[in-house]
Design a protein around this ligand. Structure first.
Ligand code: PHE
Length: 527
């Protein structure tokens, strides 16, 4: 009979029990069977009118591990009192040795309050000859009855983490009009034979179960960050942006900092914020790298389709040697009309390898390439960046940056503000506020604030600015070609959309895969 065993659930057990008595209580008769299994079996029988059932929701009060210990050994205050009783007089320092550190800490205060013991110098002495351990008695009663009437006491025990309350669903089952000792044999398919023989007229067809859910499918699932990323990519694509190749996580200080006019002694560069790579110890000087060049060319082909070059000149090849020297000059002595930072610029510092701290390192690469054929262009990227930050509920050492770059002739700050207003309205954020800010590579720089209806306050949603001439001119870009840049994190809007308050629920080793699998697709509220 192995076949039947395999299929065995509590369906037959329910029928068997109802043969002997008129009412079956799931909580008493099937205490071990998981509730969904009971319900499935009951529904099977109910759909055939073989049984009826009623559902009852109730609560069960359960003891925690600590409470179980109290039931067995007595409360913390009782243990303290008992230790004092046995020793006559007990020095406070010695107390943990007798009752354990936890009980000593919690139990002493309670024992004082109950007037069971008192202090005598550095020692404890007895006040009460006999005591009643009411905490233990109460917990023992709960252990027996799994219930507690007084809501105030219950709330207090919950707060002290001595009990938990769990919901239980139970069923009261009675016989239905078509009750039988066994489920009758049922026909599941209407066959040609049934029709020909006429048997179909009397056959016992299995009823359709319109409430059955499909079996869960084994399939992959997109991470919420990926889904929100797709939304952002589409917003960018719809506005004529092309995607930058952001495959390198490791870059040199040159591309991450120096080319962006970030001084070498800038606090963001030191060990607190940047992960430095120790092996290999040092990057090559900036040079054309064939793999990256191929990706860049693909991106540029897309970009040229959207924005034609006004000049149609032959592209002028990039001169990395000159670029390097100009960056050095603009830091150390000043150049291109800037007085520079005037400090001795170090090649070694510049060639240290770092995990990129922002995707602006890639934007820099792309803008340097744009100098071959200066023209209006729009670029974006959404990828990972790394910062050596203290990890907490809203910070991780790695996150994703959304970055946009717009190059055009004669751009002004007002245009950037208007662009950002349009951009954020596409994700349902209307009306922005701008606050002057500082980035070494943009001037002016603005923090962008949006009003968060859920939080009821203005929250920072991005950082932006116009790239400085000290960054653009060493690349060989013409003076009148201006470039906007802006960045925001992908995590913040994702957390808001999915109602996640701890970033570690979204990214990293603590992520619950069930959460990833069960989350619906997200749509930003576009207008
Ligand atoms: N790189 C900036 C950041 O890390 C974002 C930004 C990009 C700001 C471009 C201005 C221009 O926050």
């Amino acid at each position: 009979v192995p076949l039947r065993d395999e299929k065995r659930d509590v369906t037959q057990d329910v029928l068997d029990l109802l043969d002997g008595k008129s009412i079956v209580h799931s909580s008493e008769d099937f205490p071990q069977v998981p509730q969904p299994e009971i319900k499935a079996a009951l529904d099977r029988l109910k759909s055939r009118s073989m049984i009826w059932y009623e559902t009852t929701d109730s609560e069960q009060v359960l003891l925690t591990g600590e409470a179980e210990t109290i039931c067995n050994e007595g409360s913390h205050e009782y243990k303290v009192w008992d230790a004092v009783r046995q020793n006559g007089k007990l020095s406070i320092k010695e107390l943990p040795k007798h009752v354990g550190a936890d009980s000593a800490k919690v139990g002493q205060g309670n024992a004082f309050r109950n007037k069971w013991i008192k202090k005598d110098g550095d020692s404890l002495v007895l006040l009460a000859k006999e005591v009643e351990d009411s905490t233990r008695n109460l917990l023992q009663k709960i252990q027996e009855t799994k219930s507690l009437e007084d809501p105030k006491v219950l709330a207090d025990l919950k707060k002290r983490k001595l009990v938990t309350v769990s919901k239980i669903i139970s069923y009261t089952v009675t016989r239905g009009p078509k009750y039988a000792k066994e489920i009758p044999v049922e026909v599941t398919d209407l066959t040609a034979e049934l029709l020909q023989s006429g048997e179909w007229e009397t056959a016992n067809f299995k009823p359709y179960n319109f409430n059955a859910l499909g079996a869960p499918q084994n399939s992959g699932a997109l991470h919420p960050l990926n889904k929100v990323r797709t939304e952002f990519r589409n917003i960018f694509f719809n506005q004529g942006f092309v995607e930058m190749p952001t495959g390198h996580f490791v870059d040199s200080g040159f591309w991450n900092f120096d080319a962006l006019f970030v001084p070498q002694q800038h606090p963001a560069r030191d060990l607190q914020d940047t992960f430095f790579i120790s092996d290999p110890p040092k990057a090559d000087k900036p040079r054309a790298d064939p793999a990256t060049e191929a990706q860049m060319e693909e991106m540029e082909a897309g970009s040229r389709k959207l924005f034609a070059s006004p000049t149609k000149k032959e592209p002028k090849p990039r001169d990395y040697e000159k670029y390097w020297n100009d960056i050095k000059e603009v830091h150390q002595n000043g150049a291109f009309g800037s007085i520079g930072y005037r400090y001795p610029w170090s090649e070694d510092e510049c060639l240290r390898l770092v995990l990129r701290t922002h995707t602006t390192a890639v934007s820099t690469w792309v803008l340097h390439r744009l100098a071959e054929d200066p023209r209006p262009a729009r670029y974006f990227s959404i990828d990972r960046v790394f910062r050596n930050e203290t990890v907490d509920a809203t910070h991780l050492a790695e996150f994703h940056q959304i970055e946009g770059v717009i190059a055009d002739f004669g751009l002004t700050l007002g245009g950037l503000m208007k662009f950002l207003e349009d951009f954020f309205s596409k994700m349902g954020i209307e009306g922005l506020r701008f606050k002057p800010a500082y980035n070494p590579y943009t001037e002016p720089s603005m923090e962008v604030f949006g009003y968060h209806i859920g939080l009821g306050k203005w929250v920072e949603i991005g950082n932006s600015g116009m790239f400085r001439p000290e960054m653009l001119e060493p690349m060989g870009l013409p003076k009148n070609l201006r470039v906007y840049g802006f960045g925001l994190s992908l995590e913040r809007p994702t957390m808001i959309k999915y109602g996640v308050s701890n970033i570690r629920d979204l990214l990293g080793h603590k992520v619950d895969l069930g959460f990833i699998e069960s989350n619906a697709a997200v749509r930003l509220d576009k207008n």
